[in-house]
Design a protein around this ligand. Structure first.
Ligand code: SAM
Length: 286
């Protein structure tokens, strides 16, 4: 892939501290000019995998040294990086996308902040956000869940925890696990509308929409290649409470509470009009 960035070291030095640098998620053209500049100017670049990041650094025209970093790296390595931030600019780069988003960095930021270091983050691509914008599902409220466990029990527990949440869910997934994972979601969340977003910003970018069960069936015999984000829509509206439901709830509430309070409680619980419920409660009482 081509790069528009010149292979020259900028003269001015960066202020010491931590620079969180979002990289591309498949298309080098998405490396921002500011990210490239920080990669050229940093004193050291903390990376997940030096071979992966070497390519990006080359594309950015950077010859800066790299040091491998993971949140499970030992504390002394992290402390050395935090110490270096006193007088040096440390850039943090992931293999793809925004560091800390299903990637290392949280503990480094935590410790840098605790030590009073300067911390800044350069905005850039994250597969979760791009997939959300492609899905056609509600974006006003969403929960990022990262990767679900491959163990059935842990996966079921995680889904049960969020099943009642009125929010769109965003999950990272891999091709071989996709069909089983979609089926588990249908089981744990109900057969909701969903989207499988694949290979964002690459040649074979694709978004396929359907219900969780439809998508699970589609991919059962043909696991897709490449990188995948699954977006699951929020639960559908609950059916409106029937007259029988409202009467039963009122009778139960009136056994404990004065009529107006009973009407208020039932109105809140069932999403019905309080005044109408009060009138109905008087009829039931009389
Ligand atoms: N930090 C990254 C970000 O900001 O998106 C995510 C890193 S996570 C280890 C890698 C996962 O992100 C992949 O397994 C896939 O689920 C998703 N992903 C990354 N790049 C993608 C792309 N181009 N298209 C679709 N999903 C992608």
């Amino acid at each position: 892939m081509e790069t528009a960035f010149e292979s020259v070291r900028d003269e001015s030095r960066l202020a010491p501290g931590l620079y969180i640098v979002a990289g591309p998620i498949g298309n080098l053209g998405d490396l921002t000019p500011r990210a490239a500049e920080i990669l050229r100017k940093a004193d050291v670049v903390a990376v997940e995998d030096t071979r992966v990041s070497a390519k990006l650094l080359r594309a950015a025209g950077s010859d800066r040294p790299m040091v491998p970093y993971h949140d499970h790296s030992n504390d002394s390595l992290r402390q050395r990086l935090v110490d270096r931030m006193v007088g040096e600019a440390v850039a943090l780069l992931s293999d793809a996308g925004t560091p800390l988003i299903s990637d290392p960095g949280y503990k480094l930021v935590r410790d840098a902040r605790a030590a009073g270091r300067f911390v800044t983050s350069l905005p850039g691509p994250s597969a979760a956000i791009v997939a959300l914008t492609l899905s056609g599902l509600p974006t006003d409220r969403f929960l990022f869940m990262g990767f679900l466990s491959s163990k059935a029990k842990a996966r079921g527990d995680a889904l049960a925890e969020v099943a009642a949440l009125r929010a769109t869910l965003v999950l990272y997934e891999s091709g071989p696990r996709l069909s089983a994972s979609l089926a588990a979601m249908a089981e744990g969340l109900g057969d909701r509308d969903a989207a499988v977003v694949r290979e964002i910003s690459k040649t074979f970018e694709e978004t396929v929409t359907g219900t969780l069960r439809e998508l699970s069936a589609r991919y059962a015999d043909a696991p897709p290649r490449g990188e995948i984000v699954v977006i699951v829509g929020p639960p559908g509206e609950a059916p409106a409470a029937s007259q029988e439901d409202a009467d039963a709830a009122l009778i139960e509430a009136m056994a404990r509470l004065p009529v107006s309070k009973a009407a208020g409680e039932v109105a809140k619980a069932l999403g019905l009009d309080r005044r109408e419920l009060y009138a109905r409660a008087m009829v039931l009482k009389g």
